[in-house]
Write a protein that binds this ligand. Structure first.
Ligand code: HEM
Length: 408
């Protein structure tokens, strides 16, 4: 008989990380809303996940707790830098505070700003591919899918190129603590130290930008105004670290997971070689098939019911995007990768008020990466038998992806 507790524990085990989809399928069939052994809820069906994402009856959880917080003791130092940043990260805001902050950020992070990056992204991909094509092999994560978005987000924010690697180290140390429920005490300690250095660095950079404004996103964030309201220094600093974090790890995973899915489905890889014009649709299908973000967290503003299940306030609700994306109620042949699938519309970028700010940028980076790879090679073949997935289930991505390639 299906045991929800066991299913959730299996999801968190190495077997679940390797292939969570059979477990998601059992969960989806069992019920629309499942109680987890950690006292929260998990929602797995497409329609229900979509409804909750768009509903004003829920908010994202707060990113921090005060010392005497009614919700329980804080996991990170309430006076520390990690707490300060999480207090202002856009994702953790709700209601009017979220609307105000998002409006100001969207005023500078415009579709035009993203479109203007296309030539630079294209040339960066070419640069990254030169040594790889000569070698005939590549480690996709280290050679392409990590440096591409990390470089782009630095340039977009206005972080000088010589500081890129320091920012990447601080980000890598902070990423494991995005989900405070699953990170370890040691990771929290390391992240606090990293965040102290990162925060100091960003504030020095902001001071220089105030003296001599440039034309990058951070300069715009310092200057942006709406009805006389501006972003505070804390808000700019915090959302600089958040945009950096949100802007690279996820896109790395889209390119890595996507290429792995194509190599594991050779007919689909062949279809893309035969018709590179399918690339944009292929990316939507790859987002559906191996969602880089697997969960979106929510809590209910008032006690309510989801599909007949009573949910109290402040109880964590995990919206399982990766499970929803393979719901047979929504998709024909959901377990099949089909890069020509009509209108995949996955929930991988979320939906509603918190819909991903960087979706267009991520799509653009992935498009250029896949396009260049397909056009400059005759074949791309997985060079190891078993791939290793990174430990965090919430962000689904590979440790490494070695491949051999044959130049076109
Ligand atoms: C394939 C790549 C990406 C994926 C799969 C992804 C996924 C997501 C998801 C699922 C959410 C919503 C979370 C929720 O509702 O709880 C989100 C929010 C967000 N993403 Fe992305 N993201 C990607 C790339 C990016 C990039 C490149 C940036 C910025 C440069 C970015 C910035 C953000 C921001 C700022 C939010 C918060 C929006 C808000 O709370 O209003 N993301 N992303």
């Amino acid at each position: 008989m299906f045991d929800p507790n066991r299913a959730v524990m299996t999801l968190l085990s190495p077997a679940g990380r390797e292939d969570p989809y059979p477990i998601y399928a059992q969960m989806r069939e069992h019920a629309a809303v499942i109680k987890t052994p950690f006292g929260g809820w998990m929602v797995t069906r497409y329609e229900t996940v979509d409804k909750v994402l768009r509903s004003a009856a829920f908010r994202t959880p707060r990113g921090f707790r005060e010392r005497d917080d009614p919700a329980g003791p804080p996991r990170c130092d309430p006076d520390g830098l990690l707490t300060l940043h999480r207090r202002y990260w856009l994702l953790f805001q709700s209601g009017e505070a979220h609307t105000r902050l998002r409006k100001l950020i969207m005023k500078v992070f415009t579709p035009r700003a993203v479109r203007s990056l296309a030539p630079r992204i294209e040339s960066l991909v070419q640069e990254l591919l030169v040594p790889v094509l000569e070698r005939g092999s590549m480690e996709v994560i280290g050679d392409l899918s990590y440096p591409l978005p990390a470089t782009v987000i630095c340039e977009l924010l206005g972080i000088p190129p010589e500081d890129r690697d320091r920012n990447r180290v601080w980000a890598a140390l902070t990423v494991p603590t995005i989900d405070l429920q699953t990170c370890t005490d040691a990771q929290l300690k390391e992240a606090e130290v990293a965040m102290r250095e990162w925060d100091t660095y960003i504030r020095v950079l902001l001071a220089a930008k105030r003296k001599q404004p440039g034309s990058a996103l951070l300069d715009d964030m310092l200057a942006v105004e709406e009805d006389g309201v501006r972003l505070t220094e804390d808000e700019v600093a915090a959302n600089a670290t958040f945009l950096f974090l949100a802007g690279h790890e996820t896109t790395t995973n889209l390119i890595g997971n996507g290429l792995l899915a194509l190599m594991r489905n050779p007919s689909q890889l062949a279809a893309l070689y035969a018709n590179p014009a399918l690339v944009e649709n292929a990316i939507e299908e790859l987002l559906r098939f191996e969602s880089p973000v697997q969960f979106a967290p929510r809590v209910a503003l008032e006690p309510l019911e989801i599909e007949g299940v009573k949910i109290e306030t402040e109880i964590p609700i995990a919206l399982a995007l990766g499970a929803a994306n393979r719901d047979p109620r929504r998709y024909e042949r959901p377990e099949e990768l089909d890069i020509a699938r009509a209108d995949p519309k996955p929930l991988s970028f979320g939906g509603g008020a918190h819909f991903c700010v960087g979706a267009a940028l991520a799509r653009l980076e992935a498009k250029h990466a896949f396009d260049a790879l397909i056009k400059s090679t005759k074949s791309v073949v997985l060079a190891i038998e078993k791939v290793a997935w990174r430990p965090a289930l919430g962000l689904r991505g590979l440790e490494a992806l070695p491949v051999t390639i044959e130049r076109a």
